[in-house]
Ligand binder design. Sequence first.
Ligand SMILES: [Zn+2]
Length: 189
Amino acid sequence: MKKDKFELLVEQLEQIPSIGKKSALKIAYTLALENKILALNIAHCIEDAVNNIQRCDICGGISQSSICDICSDESRLYSGVLCIVGSPKDILVIEDANIFDGFYLVVDERDSLDFKVMITNIKLYDIKEIIFAFSPSLASDAMMLYIEDHLKDENIRFSKIAQGVPTGVGLDNIDRLSLTRALESRIKI
Ligand SMILES: [Zn+2]
């Protein structure tokens, strides 16, 4: 039997991370009945985003073209300070807090840990300091050690954002003040 259209919408909404059955029902009701204009706007935005948003070739962040706005800004790209984050979302969080004027690299499950490329970039952009802005976990500690070890001959200062960022909590769940403090009082490693 063909599925009920409303049920189908609820089912799809439930696939979105952090949306449970109850929220999915509520959202589906709003979209399908209460506010059809909002629903069509959202549908249009989603389609537009899916078709036009990609990962930046340099930093791996979210971008509308092959090079993002941050990497297109030479004053940032040649600032000498690189911030390594665990997810493209973390760039948005740090940018939103307006506390950093260097550039970024996303190191995630992607093949972004190509040290040959990384070393070329370090020379190309004259990187003097690398700040790790990972949320604390054993995996991120291991990642920092691994990167540091591979780049130990490159004459770079390494630091990480200060504790105060709780273990296992994503950067997007930290308030702006804590994030600012964590970045300002970064620790040399
Ligand atoms: Zn970029």
